[in-house]
Design a binder for this molecule. Structure first.
Ligand SMILES: NC(=O)c1ccc[n+]([C@@H]2O[C@H](COP(=O)([O-])OP(=O)(O)OC[C@H]3O[C@@H](n4cnc5c(N)ncnc54)[C@H](OP(=O)(O)O)[C@@H]3O)[C@@H](O)[C@H]2O)c1
Length: 339
């Protein structure tokens, strides 16, 4: 970074199936001047998240699509280096939806001040940020775990899944993680204390694996992936099961919907509940979630893993890793240094 220009990534194409690096173009522009009430943020870490695939699509969703030709949307954390806003002084660390760029202008809307004494500031994009809060509220408010229950979580070694599994352990559940690859499964069992893992990439029969992992059936399935794994889990749920639908990453790149058996029979027979969730539904309770998780980190009850790569030029590559399971932990890109 030369300090004189702002490199940013623009969205230039809306892919129909798998996204590629060609869907984005890097652009260089002057660092913008601040106006009244604004401040300028030098980005330190950028986040890439699966939801961004949805923003690349034109259509109705819970948020408007990213605009073609404009800076790609995304969360980031950085340092205020110039300010005309009394609530956001120079030097403060802030997290917000600053987009895929090195410098961002803001008026403070949707921006959170980050206390760097609590944990490294990168955690404001992961365990103490959007993915961690999704796990915290999604599990506790939708999954409603009860001591002794069996919970299965998919994408278990990822930003959301690893936190879900650990909170479920804190709540006294038996935790089964589904993840891709032996190394991720080893990490979950040996380092995070999961009771059992299923490597769905090497396991030819998920149904058998679920029988072995969940001899008392499944009380909660925290679904991050949708698709064939969800279809199979539904054959193993208990009466009164809860199924928080957090994401469906295995379906995000499909150009056509898949034809599969409807889930309604499994839900009816088991009087089970399947409920979609959006982290923003708990925005008012954000601080509560952060404080509790920071406390668990301090007490050694909650661990987090970050997969940090360096350089603004790597952002699309980092984003694409998510869909191949090549990230190990919360995927973050370091694009600058603190002043
Ligand atoms: N509802 C909300 O408010 C909310 C908020 C945040 C995230 N989410 C959702 O939560 C899910 C996890 O997000 P995250 O940020 O924690 O990402 P992540 O788990 O850190 O990364 C994505 C992971 O998904 C797995 N994956 C990719 N393609 C897959 C496929 N075809 N089948 C099965 N697994 C696949 C990969 O893990 P493996 O190596 O194990 O395959 C990959 O590492 C996503 O669906 C996301 O959209 C929802």
């Amino acid at each position: 970074m030369n300090g004189k220009s702002n490199r940013c990534w623009l969205l230039v194409n809306r892919p129909i199936s798998e996204p590629s690096e060609e869907d984005f173009a890097i652009n260089e522009a002057p660092i913008p001047d601040i106006r009244e009430n604004q401040f300028l943020v030098k980005i330190i870490y950028l986040s890439v998240d699966p939801y961004m695939r949805g923003r690349m699509r034109d259509g109705v969703s819970y948020a408007p699509p990213a605009v073609l030709g404009e800076v790609m949307v995304g969360g980031a954390v950085g340092q205020i280096i110039k300010s005309n806003n009394n609530s956001y002084s120079e030097g403060k660390i802030v997290q917000g939806n600053f987009g895929w760029q090195e410098y961002a202008l803001s008026d403070g809307i949707g921006v959170n001040i980050v206390d760097p004494s609590v944990a490294p500031i990168s955690t404001s994009l992961g365990v103490l940020g959007m993915p961690g809060l999704t796990a915290y509220f999604g599990l506790l408010e939708v999954g409603c775990p009860v001591l002794g229950e069996t919970i299965v979580v998919s994408a278990a070694a990822g930003a959301v899944g690893a936190v879900v599994g650990q909170i479920a352990k804190i709540k006294g559940c038996d935790v089964v993680g589904i993840a891709g690859g032996a190394e991720k499964c080893r990490y979950l069992e040996e380092e995070l204390g999961f009771d059992y893992t299923i490597d769905y990439k090497s396991q030819p029969d998920i149904s058998n694996a679920l029988n072995a992992a969940c001899p008392r059936g499944i009380d909660i399935y925290f679904d991050n992936v949708g698709g064939a794994i969800l279809d199979e889990v539904l054959n193993h749920i208990n009466i009164g099961a809860r199924i928080p639908i957090c994401g469906m990453i295995s379906e995000y790149n499909l150009s056509q919907p898949q034809l599969v058996p409807r889930p309604t029979r499994a839900l009816l027979v088991n009087r089970a509940k399947m409920q979609g969730l959006l982290v923003w539904d708990w925005v008012e309770r954000r601080q509560e979630g952060i404080e509790q998780m920071a406390q668990w980190i301090k007490e050694g009850k909650l661990y987090y893993k970050e997969d940090i790569i360096e350089g603004i030029e790597k952002v699309p590559e980092a984003f694409l890793k998510l869909f191949k399971g090549q990230n190990f932990g919360k995927q973050i890109i370091k694009v600058g240094d603190l002043q």
